[in-house]
Design a protein around this ligand. Structure first.
Ligand code: C2E
Ligand code: MG
Ligand code: MG
Length: 265
């Protein structure tokens, strides 16, 4: 697997900042709740990294990941994200909601490299997290050569994790990926969701994705839900789970805990 390209907005001082031993001090993890669309019940959340470069300020997470893949810092950064998210899951979320699901994005460059499966597996064991409803997300477009992640993903499945194909339908060979990657769910990309309330083509494409998921017996979730019209249209197409700014924005662990506590009252 080759690292993804990264834009030239990121300058050499960011590269240096990324290599500094204290890089983790500037990384935070936020969480975007995943809800049951019919009821608003919170089912879990997706962990999303945030990085503020000490020299140029906030860097978009996809840029950070691409940069870290290119410089070789991806292993260290992933380890910090996974450890932080599992810590929040065990200490903050599951005490308030026993079935709370957690999704963590992993870079295919990292996962395809030496020792990544053992690292992730070891961090889960160390955290004491129950492996039920623990998801690894892999972005479809980032998997350039599916073969290098098939074995690591299969190994994670064997160790009790679920795997979701993220941004489904945006890559070159989405259907083929479903044959080769051992996935247990797909995330319908916001590119489709954006048109679902009014565009018959978007509706048909989502209906087709739902049919594929049903035929394969895997889960389906919609992301990027911004309006009530979109939520209603997705429910009409048989989608039960989703996330998006119209439901909840990505938020701190404290804010997730406050939402869960309020829901429990
Ligand atoms: P993703 O995994 O598909 O995450 C969803 C992205 O959509 C997030 O952007 C989220 O903030 C954004 N989003 C959520 N709801 C809406 C909505 O209603 N409308 C719109 N327009 N956007 C919405 P974010 O946090 O900027 O992350 C971008 C991408 O960076 C992620 O896409 C993922 O591929 C990558 N990424 C983020 N955090 C991590 C991480 O911890 N590890 C790895 N390997 N990749 C990460
Ligand atoms: Mg994701
Ligand atoms: Mg996505």
């Amino acid at each position: 697997i080759r690292p993804r390209d990264w834009s030239s907005d990121v300058c050499s001082s960011d590269l240096e900042a990324l290599r500094r031993p204290d890089v983790a001090a500037h990384l935070t993890v936020v969480y975007q709740p995943v809800v049951e669309l019919a009821t608003d019940r919170i089912l879990g959340a997706e962990a999303l990294v945030r990085w503020s470069s000490p020299t140029t300020g906030p860097v978009a997470p996809d840029e950070l990941i691409a940069l870290a893949e290119a410089t070789g810092e991806i292993g260290e950064i992933s380890e910090h994200i996974v450890r932080t998210a599992l810590g929040d899951l065990v200490r903050r979320f599951r005490p308030l909601a026993a079935d709370f699901g957690l999704s963590i994005n992993l870079s295919p460059v990292h996962l395809g490299g030496e020792g990544a499966v053992d690292l992730v597996d070891g961090l889960i064991t160390e955290s004491g997290a129950d492996r039920r409803r623990l998801w690894i997300e892999m972005t479809e477009t980032a998997v350039r050569d599916g073969d290098t992640v098939v074995d690591p993903l299969s190994a994670l499945r064997e160790r009790g994790l679920d795997v979701a194909l993220d941004d489904f339908g945006t890559g070159h060979s989405s259907f083929a990926r479903l044959r080769t990657l051992p996935v247990t769910g797909i995330k319908i990309d916001k590119a489709f969701v954006a048109g679902v309330a009014w565009d018959p083509v978007a509706q048909s494409l989502i209906a087709a994705q739902v049919a594929i998921a049903e035929a394969l017996g895997i889960e389906v979730l919609a992301e990027g839900i911004e309006t009530e019209e979109e939520r209603a249209a997705l429910l009409g197409l048989g989608i039960t789970m989703g996330q998006g700014y119209g439901l909840h924005r990505p938020m701190s662990a404290d804010d997730v805990a406050a939402l869960l506590a309020a829901a429990a009252r």
